[in-house]
Design a protein around this ligand. Structure first.
Ligand SMILES: C[S@@+](CC[C@H](N)C(=O)[O-])C[C@H]1O[C@@H](n2cnc3c(N)ncnc32)[C@H](O)[C@@H]1O
Length: 316
């Protein structure tokens, strides 16, 4: 698909809608669903709803830091780079940087195909000067860009999505980005920092119940994708800060003994049994800087808000 300066690619083999992968997660001792299944179109829209909740300080704080330190950030990165956004969603945050950063091309990467296509089209209309190469893929796999453009590569990974990885996975992910951007490249990344657990608890349990709806929607998505019959009314949303792991863990707790069918297999859940759906790890500035160093990014620059709730790092 081509739309003026917009190109669309799909790295097919990276997107295995793997029934087996999901089944494996649901028959283990601690049941789990990989968080990438949150993001069908409904889930992507619910996520935008979450970012608008007063308790969800992350998006607001991150965007404020971008606005406040825009010139310094642009000076660090330099104009004319090839800007690659991991998990671009509605491509909202990049809008804060685009006019100043003036990249030679923008490469949004996302697993949610329709959502990516719609977001890329509306960005192309709004920024006619911008060359866009949208790629639908799973960014947890190693990949190469399906086009060639000779420019400094800079990864962009806002929203503290890095927190969804375990510490080991996060280090491996940073290593993969480091390989993709090469010797001269860099990465601009938003990281949620450690703070009062009460603030964290509220952020993932908003009063309007949008995070609850987002969490439950993963079951609807699994139902559609894998012919399953989860009844979302039989589950409860749980999100708690686990101090020992430094992360907010999200679960769906079964409110009764039940059996669920999925692609011809039966899954049993006891009353109170929990399906783990997401982790959001929180870092101190030093913890994250040292992980980045170990992953091959020897230089780090960091900007934070006045409460030190959120950090934006430029790694190179
Ligand atoms: C939490 S949202 C963040 C959106 C936006 N970057 C922001 O900061 O507001 C995560 C985005 O990453 C995408 N995503 C999640 N897991 C992915 C994966 N494994 N590969 C590619 N995209 C993924 C989702 O579809 C979603 O758009």
């Amino acid at each position: 698909m081509s739309y003026k300066s917009l190109h669309f690619y799909e790295i097919e083999n990276a997107i295995e809608d793997s029934l087996e992968e999901v089944l494996r997660g649901l028959i283990g001792k601690q049941k789990m669903i990989p968080p990438k299944y949150f993001y069908d179109e409904v889930g992507s829209n619910l996520f935008v709803g979450i970012t608008e909740q007063p308790e969800y300080y992350l998006t607001r704080t991150e965007v404020d830091i971008f606005r406040c330190y825009l010139l310094e950030i642009v000076e660090e990165i330099g104009t004319n780079c090839l800007l690659i956004e991991y998990g671009s969603g509605n491509s909202e945050k990049i809008r804060v940087l685009l006019e100043s950063l003036r990249p030679c091309a923008y490469v949004p990467l996302d697993i949610s195909k329709q959502y990516l296509a719609t977001a890329a089209r509306s960005l192309a209309k709004e920024y006619p000067w911008l060359q866009i190469h949208a790629i639908c893929l799973d960014f947890t796999d190693e990949f190469e860009l399906p086009f060639s453009l000779n420019a400094k590569r800079v990864g962009f990974f806002p929203g503290s999505s890095i927190g969804n990885f375990s510490r080991l996975e996060a280090a491996n992910f940073l290593g993969r980005v480091r390989r993709l951007v090469g010797e001269d490249g860099g990465m601009l990344i938003g990281v949620d920092l450690k703070k009062d657990p009460i603030i964290l608890r509220q952020a993932y349990n908003d009063a309007k119940g949008i995070t609850r709806a987002f969490n439950l929607n993963v079951l609807n998505h699994i139902n559609k994708k894998f012919r399953a019959d989860f009844d979302i009314n039989k589950f409860e949303h749980l999100a708690e800060y686990q101090r020992e792991n430094g992360c907010v863990a999200m679960y769906l707790s079964s409110i009764e003994n039940q059996k669920v069918n999925m692609g011809g297999s039966e899954i049993s859940l006891a009353c109170g049994e929990q399906i783990h759906t997401e982790n959001s790890h929180k870092y101190s500035v030093d913890e994250f800087a040292s992980m980045a160093r170990e992953s091959g990014f020897s230089n780090q620059k960091v900007w934070t808000d006045s409460n030190t709730w959120f950090g934006i790092f430029y790694l190179s």
